[in-house]
Design a protein around this ligand. Structure first.
Ligand SMILES: O=C(O)CCC(=O)C(=O)O
Ligand SMILES: [Fe+2]
Length: 254
C-alpha cells in the first residue's frame, strides 16, 4: 500500500494534554487518532461486513460487535475481531491519563478494556435523538469518527425533566478523531446529533473543542457540509454472560 501521503501520527503522551477544558471533567478529543490508511481499511471492513451484520433503522444503520445486548447483557463473550482491536482498542489502552496517573482510561472499568463496539452510519440529513446511554455500560465512551466531520450536541434536562432543546455544548468530531466522554457527561447529560446536512454556527465561541481541532480553518465560515460519517463507539458492557461462551455455533454470528 502507498503510505507516502500519510503523515506519521503524533499521539499525545497523556490524555490530559487533550482534555476539553470547557467540559465537566473529563472529556478528551484527539484529532488524529488513526491515519488515513487505517481509516480506509476500517471503513472497508465496515462496508464489506456480512449483510446480516447490519440493522437498518429508519435513517441510520448500525452494526454491533461481538453482538447485540440482551437485557443489558453481552451474551457473546468472544473478543472483538482483530480489525476492531488493532489499531483502535490497543492504542486507546496505551495512552496514560496524565503524568501522575499512568493508568489508561479503562483501568477502573470491570473488564479493564472495551468489550463492545457499536458502529453507526450517518448519511447527510441523519442524526440520533438526544439520549443517555443508560446502565448497561461502564461510564466511559470512546468514539472514533470516520469519513466526515459532524457536530455532537450535549443537552441538559430541565428541572421538570423536559429536555432543553438548546444544546449546552457542541463538540465537533473530525474524521479519524477520537472523542472520550466519561462521568457526568455520561450520566447527567444527554447527547445527540441533529438530522441535518450542514452544521452551522461553528466558531471558537460555540465549539468547545475548537482549539483541539486538526483543521479549524475549514470551518471559519461557520459551516460544515456533511458527508457520510461512520462512528465506532467502544464501551465496556458491565454484564457478560458466562453462558454466552457455551452457546452452540447456531447462536453465533460471524
Ligand atoms: O455516533 C455517535 O457519535 C454517537 C452514537 C451514540 O450516541 C449511541 O449510539 O449511543
Ligand atoms: Fe449514545
Amino acid at each position: 500500500m502507498d503510505n507516502s501521503s500519510s503523515q506519521p501520527l503524533k499521539l499525545p503522551h497523556t490524555l490530559e494534554e487533550k482534555r476539553i477544558k470547557a467540559l465537566p471533567p473529563a472529556c478528551y478529543y484527539i484529532s488524529d487518532f488513526i491515519t488515513e490508511e487505517e481509516e480506509k481499511a476500517i471503513l472497508h471492513k465496515v462496508d464489506t461486513a456480512p449483510k446480516a451484520r447490519w440493522r437498518q433503522l429508519t435513517h441510520r444503520r448500525l452494526q454491533t460487535w461481538p453482538s447485540d445486548l440482551v437485557k443489558n447483557t453481552l451474551l457473546d463473550a468472544r473478543p472483538l475481531p482483530d480489525w476492531l482491536e488493532q489499531p483502535i482498542a490497543s492504542r486507546l489502552l496505551s495512552i496514560s491519563l496524565s503524568e501522575s496517573q499512568p493508568e489508561n482510561i479503562f483501568h477502573d472499568s470491570p473488564h479493564q478494556r472495551p468489550n463492545h463496539v457499536l458502529i453507526n452510519e450517518y448519511p447527510p440529513h441523519t442524526g440520533i435523538m438526544p439520549h443517555k446511554d443508560g446502565g448497561a455500560y461502564h461510564p466511559v465512551v470512546a468514539t472514533v469518527s470516520l469519513g466526515s466531520t459532524l457536530c455532537l450536541n450535549i443537552y441538559k434536562s430541565k428541572e421538570d425533566g423536559a429536555l432543553d432543546p438548546e444544546p449546552v455544548w457542541r463538540i465537533l468530531q473530525e474524521p479519524r478523531s477520537l472523542l472520550i466522554t466519561t462521568a457526568d457527561l455520561y450520566t447527567e447529560y444527554l447527547h445527540g446529533i441533529e438530522p441535518i446536512a450542514t452544521d452551522v454556527g461553528l466558531s471558537e465561541e460555540t465549539i468547545v473543542n475548537w482549539d483541539l481541532l486538526r483543521s479549524s480553518e475549514l470551518y471559519i465560515d461557520g459551516l460544515n457540509q456533511r458527508q457520510t460519517r461512520a462512528s465506532l463507539t467502544y464501551r465496556d458492557v458491565l454484564k457478560v454472560s458466562k453462558l454466552g461462551n457455551k452457546l452452540g455455533p447456531m447462536f453465533k454470528r460471524s
